[in-house]
Each structure stands twice: as C-alpha cells, then as structure tokens.
Design a protein around this ligand. Structure first.
Ligand SMILES: Cc1cc2nc3c(=O)[nH]c(=O)nc-3n(C[C@H](O)[C@H](O)[C@H](O)COP(=O)(O)OP(=O)(O)OC[C@H]3O[C@@H](n4cnc5c(N)ncnc54)[C@H](O)[C@@H]3O)c2cc1C
Length: 460
C-alpha cells in the first residue's frame, strides 16, 4: 500500500476516550496521530458533567470514604442486571482510581470527589470531577495537554473511511477523508474512539426505536462510523439496544438539570401534576417513561435547600443565571406558576411529603432524602437520548473481537464506539458508565498498545 503517513498509534475521534488513549501513548514517547471529524476537540465529553466514577482513590481516602474495586464492580453489574461482561467491568473498576490520579497528577487536571449527592446505584461517593463539574473544562484541559506533545499530531475535519487489513486479516491502518482528500495512514496500533450512533437517526430507529422520538442531546458528529467500519472487517457487535437516556433536559436553555434535584429529595411530575414512576431507579430508564406521558415533558419539584447545594455545579449555576425555574412560597402558588392543576399537584405533594425514608411508596421508591420545605422550586424538563452504549465487542484490554471471539491484535475500540458496561437496555446505565468506558478503556488501550510495541522493540 502507498501510505501517506506512518505512525505508531492512530487514534480516530477526539473526545474524552480518544484524547486519553492518545495522551497515554504520547507520554510513553510513541508517535501518535489523532484524527477528528469536526473542527473541534469536544464530543459528548464536553457536553457531560465531567464526572468520572473511580474507586480507591486518595481523594476518597482523604474523606474517609471506604470504597473498593469489588464494590464498584458489583454496583455496575447490579444496575445492568448482570448483563455486562464481569471481566470488563472489573477491568474498568481496577483502572478507575489510577486513571483519576493520573489525570490529576500527570495532566494537572484538578480532581475532587462529588459529595453533594450519590447517583442511583452508587454505594459510595465515587464521582470525581474538575472544580466546575463540567466536561467542557475536562476537554479544555485534555486538549491543553495534547497540544504540549510534539509527538502527538491532531488532524481535524478528518472522517474515518475504512480500517485496512493485510492478507492475513491483521489491521494495518486506516483510510480517512481529510481536507487534502482520501489518505492512507499506517498505524501499528489503531484505536477507534468515535463514540456511538446517537447522531444517526436511521440507526437509532433501527436499533432503539423506544427512544427515537426523544431529543438527541449528544454530539451530532457521532453517527456510528467506527462501528460500521469495524463491522465491515468482520468485527462483532453487541448490545446495540443499550443507551444512556436522561429525563431532565431543560430545552429552553439547552442545559442538563442534574438528577441531584431528585436524589437530594425532589420528585418528577407530568403536566397534570401527577407522579408516574420511581425516579430513584435512574434518569436513563426514566426518559422512556416520560415519553409515555401527555405532551412528553414534565417538571421536577424540589426546594431551596437543594437548590443552594447544587450551585457548585456549573450547568446548574447557569440555569440559575438564566432563571430557568419557578419559585414559590407554597405548592399551590407553584402549581399556578407552572400552569399545572393546583389540586392534583397539592395532592401529589401531600402524598410525597408523607413518605418516610426507607419505606416503599406506590412506585417502589424508598429513598426520600429530606422533607421538602418552602420556598419550593419547579423546573421544566424533557427526556433525551445522550449516547448509545452498544457497539464493537471488545475484551478487557479494549481489543476488538471478531465474530468468532478472537481479538484483532492491533485494533482497539473505546467509549461509545465499543460495547459498554450498561447491559442491553436503558435501565443498565449507571451514572458515570459513559466516561468510565471512554476514558477507562482509553487508558487501558493506550497502555496495552505501549506495552505491546515496547515488547516488539525488545524482540520479546
Ligand atoms: C449532556 C451529557 C451529560 C453527560 N454527563 C456524563 C457524566 O457526567 N459522566 C459520564 O460518565 N458520562 C456522561 N455523559 C456521557 C459521556 O459524555 C459519554 O459517554 C462520553 O463522553 C463518550 O466519550 P467518547 O470519547 O466515547 O465520545 P465523544 O466524547 O463523543 O467523542 C467522540 C469523537 O469522535 C468524533 N468522531 C465521530 N465520528 C468520527 C469519524 N467518522 N471520524 C473521526 N472522528 C469521528 C466526534 O466528532 C467526537 O469528537 C454525558 C452525556 C451527555 C450528552
């Protein structure tokens, strides 16, 4: 083949997973080329809350949080009804602590534990995030690190075409559409980090029709190209029905409303003022439930104490600046302000207020962190698809597998491009699984590639 360029590692996709993989390989001195379809290094990662779940970190230890790889593995598996590969879940739990400490120590991205609230299914406080709790900050700092490496080349407006193989079926590199035309790039290792197919309406309708009506709140460029290119060379795919939904996007501002509003003691109503499900199961599966309600949107009701505690979260602070919510001194006035039936909402509020923490209500919700007190808040929210969680089947080293289950020695997939650890359905998504699978497998793939190339160099 007539190669246009040859490098040690080719990374396709410049989101969180791609940048972590690229930085890991570049830090070890390898020549890395990262190809990004758009003009920016943003991806879904920049839209995220930047919260990475990790256990056994020194940040947890300094707060006397007693977490373990086993507890984190079990939490993820319980949430996905044990549908995901336990070896992969355990590999991610294993790498999570070192990953967060590497981000902090080596890349100088300040990390701290989010202690305001626990997400559904998390036994411990284990979300780690930059100070603003914003994925945009995370991506800005990852990019700053990437630009400091002379051996890491970033090429924008480059859209993956194909994965190239030799006659024996081993991966040699990629072909990619660049502003200079189609280029053939030789990579001794190729890492796919192109996320899933949330931005591809046809694929969403085909694989996940239940969420096809919802707003897509992820990165438009994520159209499933990495998955398609993998399939074309005989890679296996699994769990294409899995996705991260979210029931709480404020469409007027285009901002995410943190599920902390619920976990700290709030509740979700439809436009008739009625609750209709167990919000505490998780925001992902609740998205589908909201789509079954009249007009397909609703409101989260919470109070000022919760509001004040959430002001540490960048998106929430912005919602406050934009006055995205209504506030009132009684539930009746709040109902009038949001034009919901006063009697219904007062009745719902009365019932909800009578619940005791630990005792199941009519929807089987048992966690009621506090009694809501005046002044009360209401924010309008709608369901959305954030990203898809099924993709190319990989092993615990993030190597892509063939339909027969054997790994392609030189091909990895990380993040939304690979099968994640969220099982087969929306209910399997536990908060943090997205960045964990992207950055955790990004780190694993990067380290594995470095290790293998070093072994080849030493003739092992
Ligand atoms: C609003 C929101 C909030 C979220 N909050 C969290 C959170 O707090 N914690 C968490 O764990 N998860 C969260 N998630 C999920 C998380 O953002 C994703 O799972 C994660 O960012 C995926 O990372 P990635 O690197 O796989 O993909 P991305 O960050 O989406 O990066 C993929 C990149 O690949 C590029 N690309 C696509 N196709 C091609 C192609 N053909 N050729 C070249 N490049 C291509 C894209 O342009 C993009 O830059 C959130 C998601 C959303 C939408």
């Amino acid at each position: 083949m007539n190669w246009d360029a040859e490098v040690d590692v080719v990374v396709v996709g410049g989101g969180g997973g791609g940048l972590v993989a690229a930085l890991t390989a570049a830090e070890a001195g390898l020549e890395v080329a990262l190809f990004e379809k758009t003009e920016f290094l943003l991806g879904n990662t920049a839209a995220s809350a930047g919260m990475i779940p990790a256990c056994n970190t020194r940040f947890q230890k300094s707060l006397e949080i007693d977490d373990s790889i086993e507890t984190m593995t079990q939490d993820i598996l319980k949430k996905n009804h044990f549908e995901s590969d336990p070896k992969q879940v355990s590999a991610l739990a294993n790498v999570s602590g070192p990953l967060v400490e590497w981000l902090n120590d080596s890349l100088k991205i300040e990390m701290s534990v989010v202690t305001e609230f626990k997400y559904p299914g998390h036994s411990n406080f284990r979300m780690h995030a930059p100070p603003s709790r914003s994925g945009l900050e995370l991506m800005r700092l990852l990019k700053r690190n990437a630009l400091n490496h002379e051996n890491l080349y970033i090429l924008y407006q480059s859209d993956l075409e194909e994965i190239l193989l030799d006659e024996a079926g081993e991966v040699l590199g990629i072909s990619i559409n660049t502003p200079d035309g189609l280029q053939l790039i030789r990579g001794r290792k190729v890492i796919l980090a192109t996320n899933g197919f949330g931005g591809n309406t046809k694929m969403v309708q085909e694989y996940i029709p239940e969420i096809a009506d919802a707003l897509y709140f992820g990165y438009e460029a994520n159209t499933g190209k990495g998955i398609e290119a993998g399939k074309n060379i005989g890679a296996a795919t699994t769990h294409l029905t899995a996705y991260q939904g979210h029931a709480a996007v404020n469409e007027n501002t285009g901002l995410l409303v943190t599920w902390g509003t619920i976990m700290m003691g709030g509740f979700y109503i439809n436009i008739e003022g009625n609750r209709f499900g167990n919000e505490a199961h998780g925001y992902s599966e609740f998205a589908k439930e909201v789509l079954n309600q009249p007009e397909q949107y609703g409101y989260i009701i919470y109070d000022e104490e919760i509001h004040n505690q959430l002001l540490t979260i960048e998106d929430y602070k912005q919602l406050t600046e934009m006055e995205a919510f209504k506030k009132a001194d009684s539930i009746e006035t709040l109902a009038e302000l949001i034009e919901v039936d006063v009697k219904n909402l007062a009745n719902t509020f009365g019932k909800f207020s009578n619940q005791t923490d630990g005792t199941a209500d009519e929807f089987d919700r048992t966690s009621f962190a506090k009694k809501l007190t005046n002044p009360l808040y209401a924010i309008k929210v709608c369901p959305a698809l954030f990203h898809t969680q099924g993709g190319l089947q990989i092993n615990e080293q993030a190597q892509v597998l063939t339909a027969e289950g054997t790994p392609f020695q030189h091909l990895y997939a990380v993040g939304g491009c690979a099968t994640g650890v969220s099982g087969k359905q929306a209910y399997g998504y536990m908060s943090g699984n997205g960045l964990l699978a992207a950055m955790g497998f990004g780190r694993i793939a990067g380290l594995h590639a470095v290790n293998q190339l070093e072994q080849i160099k030493r003739g092992i």
